[in-house]
Ligand binder design. Structure first.
Ligand code: FPP
Length: 240
């Protein structure tokens, strides 16, 4: 795809389910965490490609609420990798004008992980080219449940009435409230499901599935996904 060949067809917001790290490692006789380490390289490549293509928001499904159920050593390896990546990547992210934001419930993270979250958010604050949203300890059902609970509590205090609640109101209170809905959701690794990712926000997103494992997903793979998106006819439930 020629660079920005059709500006209007560049998705404003791309969200990615980065699947296949474990299989990538196993295929090479490596431990699963090695796949996550290779996955960080893909994150770096795709962030750069997103900036170059003019994508404004990139949301990555980095750690789901369900991922806590994985073996402790894998969970710890992912958390450690996150902390190391913050140190290693912060300068280049800043240089590229990338602002990093966490989306998810931070209560479950260790003090150490929370301090690295503060660090990367603080150091990249104000980046204007791309907002990189890392969904960590995130799942849609958790997000929606938490939001409903907060709204019900407000209603119980008499601060909210049923008539005030519509779809826009709910969108404005989800964890994703500061970001537009994704235009394109990519899932790598060959599975055809959303796995509890942005289920409310992806109501009208274009979905793109590829068998490519996340560590093998490169700039060309990203361009292929953008090209497929550019061919789609979005109708949002209307007629053309
Ligand atoms: C899914 O592959 C991937 C994850 C659960 C973790 C993603 C984490 C990273 C890419 C590293 C940390 C990221 C940042 C931004 C620093 P899987 O393990 O489910 O693969 P499988 O389906 O082959 O088992």
């Amino acid at each position: 795809m020629a660079q920005n060949s059709n500006e209007s067809k560049i998705p404003q917001h791309v969200a990615i389910i980065m699947d296949g790290n474990g299989r990538w490692a196993q295929q090479r006789g490596l431990d699963r965490p090695e796949g996550h380490i290779a996955g960080v390289e893909s994150v770096r490549r795709v962030v750069k490609a997103a900036v170059n293509r003019g994508v404004r928001y990139l949301t990555l499904y980095t750690f789901s609420t369900e991922n806590w159920g994985r073996p402790a050593e894998e969970v710890n390896a992912i958390m450690e990798l996150f902390c190391r990546s913050v140190i290693a990547e912060a300068p280049e992210l800043k240089e590229q004008g990338v602002e990093v934001k966490l989306m998810g419930d931070r209560v479950a993270f260790s003090d150490k992980v929370n301090s690295y979250i503060d660090k990367i958010e603080g150091e990249t604050a104000g980046g204007t080219n791309l907002t990189l949203v890392l969904a960590m300890n995130y799942s849609s059902r958790y997000e929606i449940t938490d939001t409903v609970r907060q709204l019900v509590a407000q209603a119980a205090e008499g601060k909210l009435s049923p008539e005030q609640i519509d779809a826009d109101y709910i969108s404005a209170h989800l964890y994703s409230r500061n970001y537009p809905d994704p235009d394109l959701v990519i899932r790598t690794g060959g599975e055809y499901r959303l796995s509890n990712f942005l289920m409310w926000q992806a109501a009208y997103s274009e979905l793109y599935f590829t068998p490519t494992l996340w560590p093998d997903f490169d700039k060309t793979s990203f361009d292929e996904a953008l090209e497929a998106y550019a061919q789609r006819n979005r109708r949002f439930g209307l007629v053309k």
